[in-house]
Each structure stands twice: as structure tokens, then as C-alpha cells.
Design a protein around this ligand. Sequence first.
Ligand code: AMP
Length: 301
Amino acid sequence: MAVFSRCSVVSTAARTPTSAAATTFSYLIRALSPSFSSSSSSFDPETDLNRGKPAGLGTLKREPKGRNVQWAFLGCPGVGKGTYASRLSNLLGVPHIATGDLVRDELASSGPLSSQLKEIVNQGKLVSDEIIIDLLSKRLEKGEAKGESGFILDGFPRTVRQAEILEGVTEIDLVINLKLREEALLAKCLGRRICSECGGNYNVASIDIKAENGSPGMYMAPLPPPPECASKLITRPDDTEEVVKKRLHIYQMMTQPVEDFYRSRGKLVEFDLPGGIPESWPKLLRALNLEDHDDKQSAAA
Ligand code: AMP
């Protein structure tokens, strides 16, 4: 069971569920998406947010008083955003929404966007802001219909423009910037394996970086699949060495500025992963002033 001890960044009001935030978010994003053009590099909230809006929509921009957490994860490919976002979402009872999963679902659906997306994703490039916002908007609307409230975003926002759009429609309470030594990132991406049936994420890489020139060593054990997934593992087509290097470069160019965006707003929590899940998870919880009773019980058992 999830327990907040003292989460200094999130107000108590931010923990009471209501679907109003999701309604505002998805409705506004949907209303905005046709008016955006990926070719325009600057975003003027006053002009762009009002373009194409039905009359009176501006009133929806108000944040509802009570709602669940709205957090986002930043970090290079392979850092483990999915792993920690998924754990936190279980702990806090909010959906984990990974835009990369939305893109892969769209690819698998063989819908109209599928072949266009395949080429972009397999080359390690970013999908356009319009497409990603449309996919996210649809996902939020589906969740809203099921009574979901709050979210942990993983892989969004990935450009300053996406962050600006998000800021125009809802408040993000906290952004966790996961960091891992560069030599581990490539190995983690190349070792990633996914169960083609249940979608579970595993890793065959055993990372053992020796202490050198004053830098401490680091060990990250493989994350093996359970027996029922072992024969169904696949590798993501964009997890090749060439494409991962490109994705890392694109992260530096397009997404690192998003770190500054949230840093300047006092919302960024920097977290250097000290190793694998057993070491990192309890430290991350402490950094967020959270407690995981289930984890403590299983550790004590
Ligand atoms: P991920 O699983 O987060 O590594 O995402 C896989 C791929 O989906 C990325 O390399 C991009 O092509 C695309 N993608 C996911 N999220 C976004 C985003 N917020 N903006 C643009 N493209 C994205």
C-alpha cells in the first residue's frame, strides 16, 4: 500500500481523486492539437492557446482544487523511466502513461499512422508534437471515461514546446529527472527485452563498472523474466547501437532543455541512480518523501 509520509512538493489537495483534471487536460489538448504546427519553433501561450478554441474554453483552464498527483519523468533512453514510473504509479494509485507505449500500440494497430510512425521511431527520431499530443489526448480521454485521475507521465514532455503546451492546460506538480552514468545507458538499452505477450520489461545486461579515477564503481544486476515470459522475449527495433546513440543525441538536443524548463520553475527533482532497483528504489522513495509499506514488509519477510 502506498503511503505519503511528507511529500513536500505536492499539496494535500493534490491527492484527492477527481476526474476534473483529466477532463480539462484531454479536452484542451484535443481542442489545441489541430492548430499546432511542428514547424513553428516558438509557442506563445496567449496566441496559440486561444487559436481554435471554442468560446468559453478559457474558463476550463482553472485547476480543480482536489486531484491526484500529476508527475512526469525525464531522463535519457535506457535510464529506467518506465521501471520507476510504473512502480510509483502502483504505489500512488495513478496511471502510468508512457508515450512510447502509445506510439508502439499505434504501430501495432496498423492504423493510418502506422507506416509513418514506424519509419520515425525505427530511426530514433521524435514523432511530431501534433501526433504525440493527439495520442496522449486519446489515452487521457479513455482513462477519464474509466474514472482515472492524476498520472505519471513517462517520455512526455520531450520538447520544450510539449512542456509549454502541457503547462498551458494543466499543472505538473513534480518532474523527476533520472540520471545514470553514460556508460551504463547504452548497455541498458541493448540489454532490454520485452515480453511479446504481457509487455513486461526485462533486462539481460549485467553492468559492472569498476571504480576508476575517483569515480565509484556501479553494479546493476540483470532483470530476468519470469519463466512464463522467457520464451516470448523480443528486442525493440530501436534498441540497436546505432539507433540508441542517435536517441541519446536527440535527447541532449531536444529534451535536455525541458530539464531547464522545469528547473527554472522549481519543479525538478534530480535523482542520480546509484545502481539497480534494490539500491535505487528505496533511495528514490526517500528523495520523494514517500514510503512503500509493501516493499518494507517483503524486505522484512
Ligand atoms: P520511448 O519508449 O519513450 O523510448 O519512446 C519510443 C519512441 O516513441 C521515441 O524514440 C519517439 O520516436 C516516440 N516518442 C515517445 N514519446 C515521444 C514524445 N513525447 N515526443 C516525440 N516522440 C515520442
